[in-house]
Design a protein around this ligand. Structure first.
Ligand code: ZN
Length: 129
């Protein structure tokens, strides 16, 4: 996809609706990272004691708007994990988010290193609630 900062801001606003309010500001950016379609970073300006999230996307790897939504939601989960003192990884807690997004919103935020078993169990638990 061609770089489109406006679309990214709009998609971010849409994706934020799926999360409880964030404490820190969220900045969007473009990245040329070769391997990641998107990235979450914890940004700190020590001089001013300011902290914020940066969600960046690799426009070269984003195919379409669906890809963009999935990627932003995925990175926002990491922002959520960080704000809530959780590991910013793709473990069991992340698998819960995968189940939530897949079953509730038809959004695929899965990462290749999410264990199939974790995802399956999370989906099962989610359906039972
Ligand atoms: Zn991730």
């Amino acid at each position: 996809m061609r770089k489109n900062s406006k679309l990214l801001e709009q998609v971010l606003a849409d994706c934020l609706q799926y999360f409880p309010p964030f404490r820190l500001m969220i900045e969007t950016a473009a990245t040329k990272s070769k391997y990641n379609i998107a990235l979450w970073e914890n940004m700190v300006c020590a001089d001013f004691g300011i902290e914020w999230h940066r969600v960046s996307v690799n426009w070269g790897l984003i195919k379409d708007k669906t890809d963009l939504i999935e990627s932003v939601c995925h990175e926002l989960v990491h922002a959520f994990q960080y704000e809530n003192g959780l590991e910013t990884d793709h473990g069991k807690e992340f698998a819960n988010w995968c189940a939530f997004f897949t079953l509730q919103h038809d959004i695929n935020i899965l990462s290749s290193d999410v264990l199939a078993e974790d995802f399956y169990l999370a989906c099962e638990a989610f359906v039972k609630v």
